[in-house]
Design a protein around this ligand. Structure first.
Ligand SMILES: [Zn+2]
Length: 269
């Protein structure tokens, strides 16, 4: 499932492909029920003639700033984006296509159809209630500690709560907690400030290392490979009989907030 590093890699990819400054000439969409929307395209016909002014991101939300309004993209479970040349065959699960004024097109490919696309007046429509980006400059050490420390829930649930900070999902939460040596079930308000500072650093390190891995391992067309690729970008093996990469103790699993958590009973306290 695309998390923050995967979505950031898509943002960097779109920028590297030179789509900023291009005009969207048309769009096409294929979602369940879309025929019944007013324009038969879920409102995306209004994109015609709008210029891509920039591409931002908060957490897992990709925000394409237009000369008027914002195009919000969320990759769901299996979404990814590809910039296609005129003679490229459409991707097999292309659900939405944005046609550009230089004959290229951007396709949102999504086998499981849980990705989201919406044209908004302003980004505040989707960002209300979402905390600062986990890699953003506004999430200083002081701010991170302040936000996490007021919660009495297990620290892993707090890390994954998008209203506390945006972009950390199940996998990277486990990675960061292992790196910081903190048990996922530990109550957030009982963790010392210095350990929380370690945790913030661990979150950033995990996300940035994963991003580096994705950028360094594109697919054969130079596109970020963001789906089902939980491989060397992760330190914890998420399977039975996995052991701690640091001390070789068998990893334990525990359900926290309904999600499977992997941790080392020796290194994480
Ligand atoms: Zn260990």
């Amino acid at each position: 499932m695309p998390e923050l590093p995967e979505v950031e890699s898509l943002r960097l990819y779109l920028i590297s492909q030179g789509v900023v400054g291009r005009t969207i000439t048309d769009a096409a969409a294929d979602w369940p029920g879309i025929e019944s929307t007013e324009d038969g395209m879920g409102g995306l016909s209004q994109l015609r003639g709008r210029v891509i002014a920039g591409i931002g991101r908060v957490g897992k939300n990709l925000l394409v700033t237009l000369d008027r309004g914002v195009l919000w993209l969320h990759m769901g479970m299996t979404g990814r984006l590809a910039v296609m040349r005129p003679d490229d065959e459409p991707l097999r699960y292309a659900r939405t296509t944005f046609y550009l004024d230089d004959e290229r097109r951007i396709e949102l490919d999504d086998p499981r159809r849980w990705a989201g696309v919406r044209l908004l007046e302003s980004k505040s429509e989707v960002l209300a209630g979402i905390g600062p980006d986990a890699l953003g400059a506004s999430l200083t050490e002081e701010e991170f500690i302040r936000r996490v420390k007021t919660r009495r829930s297990p620290v892993k649930s707090v890390l994954m709560d998008q209203s506390v900070l945006a972009g950390v999902g199940n996998i990277y939460a486990d990675e960061a907690l292992h790196r910081a040596g903190i048990r996922p079930s530990r109550r957030a308000d009982r963790i010392s400030d210095s350990r929380l500072a370690d945790l913030r650093r661990a979150v950033r390190t995990c996300l940035l290392q994963a991003l580096r891995y994705i950028v360094d391992h594109p697919d054969e067309r130079g596109r970020p490979f963001v789906v089902d690729a939980y491989d060397d970008r992760m330190r914890l093996e998420r399977k039975k009989n996995a052991v701690c990469p640091d001390c070789s103790a068998p990893l334990r699993t525990q359900k926290i907030g309904g999600r499977a958590s992997y941790f080392c009973p020796r290194c994480q306290t």
